[in-house]
Write a protein that binds this ligand. Structure first.
Ligand code: 9MR
Length: 449
């Protein structure tokens, strides 16, 4: 355990850092129709094809089709043509049926592996050409977009955007019921111009929360304010933001590394509403927009530690209760003061969460060298092996880096002191926007090397 002066611990606490559709598992085979409910005649066994999630079923075996990870029972559906909607987790099934009934679908589960592109000249291209594709993201700041080099590299190398600060509560709703969209809109329209998807970050979080919200008391008041915020924000970005971090960093441990006494973080949401605030936030979000992906996001759940176990149980409970959650973001802030995780640790965690039927994603990756506490060689190995762990798992739908170039990293203004003045050197590009060796190792992982 490293020790840090009290002021630094305090600032770490205050600044607590906490954390694709295109990836709908390719190769899934949706089942074909089913028996016509009235005539009782079944069609021929379904012929199904899956590419990257779209699944077309023709005909259909009567009644029941089963998948390896999903079992779907077909009810009705004429033996005519049915179109499968594919599935993200092997539970997808065909829908339709010419008589208006629902054709039963089946699935043989998603592909076991992701196939890399043969070659690529940008990370974005490597992600897009992989099968199924992998989104390559970056945290973008509106001020960064004023810098031509920044926006050029950001758009060339990524196809997925998370606003670094501009969609947080304090930015969007600084006063109760008064919304301010300017900087967030700017990022969204820049993303649209560059054909990038957007992940909204973040609806419910204790940090960067305006004082008026932090000071609210009473379950009814807090629930009302949370509902108003989620509805307005998701409503404003409807059709433009396809993924949302609904709840961010709800869990706390004694150390930022995810070790010791894991528990629910005492926030205005938890204090006034209890743990069920998470279920509630996801339900409100789902009601607001049934088509977006809804994620839980956290830091230091990348390694095998107390926090990862606690969050796993929390998310498992939500899935079992039928809470509308689509996935879990692993922030992947590696290095002091957060956890250090090797590729195997990350693979272990990604897999166990994915096995709950969820998407997983790397949502805020950077690796803080913190002076030389993480050596250059260790950093390269982490970058390669962690990105590889996600790449190898089709249910891992995105890798987002938390910034573009070292000089603009949030780590320089937060933990520099913890690292004895060392530059974090945490990202893939240097201050002249040249590719670093970290970039090459990430590219290797994306190309299966
Ligand atoms: O990068 C963000 C930085 O500019 C802000 O000052 C900081 C405030 O908390 O938030 C940073 O982003 C955080 C993200 O929203 C949630 N996970 C941890 C990130 C790094 O602290």
């Amino acid at each position: 355990m490293r020790s840090a002066p009290l002021t630094l611990l305090l600032s770490a606490f205050l600044c607590a850092i906490g954390c694709s559709d295109g990836g709908d598992g390719g190769g899934e085979t949706g089942g074909g129709g089913g028996v016509d409910a009235t005539s009782g005649t079944g069609g021929a066994p379904g012929v199904t094809t899956g590419t990257t999630g779209a699944t077309t079923g023709t005909g259909g075996a009567p009644g029941v089709t089963t998948g390896t990870t999903g079992v779907t029972t077909g009810t009705g559906g004429a033996p005519g043509v049915t179109t499968g909607t594919g599935g993200t987790d092997g539970t997808g099934g065909g829908t339709g049926g010419s008589d208006g009934n629902t054709g039963g679908g089946g699935s043989t589960g998603g592909p076991a592996e992701r196939t890399p592109a043969a070659s690529a000249s940008t990370l974005r291209e490597a992600g897009e050409k992989a099968n199924p594709p992998l989104l390559i993201g970056a945290a973008i700041s509106a001020s960064g977009l004023n810098d031509g080099n920044y926006s050029r590299v950001a758009a060339a190398e990524h196809n997925y955007v998370t606003a670094e600060n501009e969609m947080k509560w304090d930015a969007l709703e600084p006063n109760p019921g008064q919304f301010s969209w300017g900087s967030a809109d700017r990022i969204v329209s820049w993303a649209q111009q560059n054909n990038m998807k957007v992940k909204g970050h973040t609806l419910v979080w204790h940090s960067q929360l305006p004082g008026w919200m932090n000071n609210l008391r009473g379950a009814q008041q807090v629930e009302q304010a949370m509902r108003r915020h989620i509805e307005n924000v998701m409503g404003h970005f409807k059709g433009k933001v396809e993924h949302w971090d609904v709840v961010n960093e709800a869990v706390l441990t004694d150390s930022d590394t995810g070790v010791g006494n894991p528990r629910m973080r005492p926030t205005v949401f938890y204090n006034e509403l209890g743990e069920q605030y998470l279920d509630l936030a996801f339900k409100i979000a789902r009601e607001q927009d049934p088509s977006v992906k809804l994620y839980y996001n956290d830091y230091s759940i990348d390694a095998r530690n107390d926090k990862a176990d606690f969050v796993y149980e929390m998310i498992k409970g939500m899935v079992e209760r039928g809470v509308p959650i689509d996935g879990v973001g692993f922030q992947m802030h590696i290095g002091p003061p957060n956890n250090e995780a090797g590729g195997e640790d990350v693979a272990y965690n990604l897999k166990r969460f994915a096995d709950l039927g969820l998407e997983v994603l790397i949502s805020e990756m950077d690796i803080n060298r913190c002076g030389n506490q993480v050596t250059a060689e260790e950093q390269l190995t982490y970058y390669h092996d962690i990105v590889e762990a996600c790449f190898l798992m089709p249910k891992c739908v995105a890798v987002t880096f938390w910034g573009i170039n070292d000089g603009r990293s949030w780590l320089n203004s937060w933990s520099t002191a913890m690292c004895n003045g060392g530059n974090s050197q945490s990202l893939l590009f240097n201050d002249q926007y040249q590719k670093k060796e970290t970039y090459n190792r990430v590219m290797d992982a994306l190309l299966g090397r």
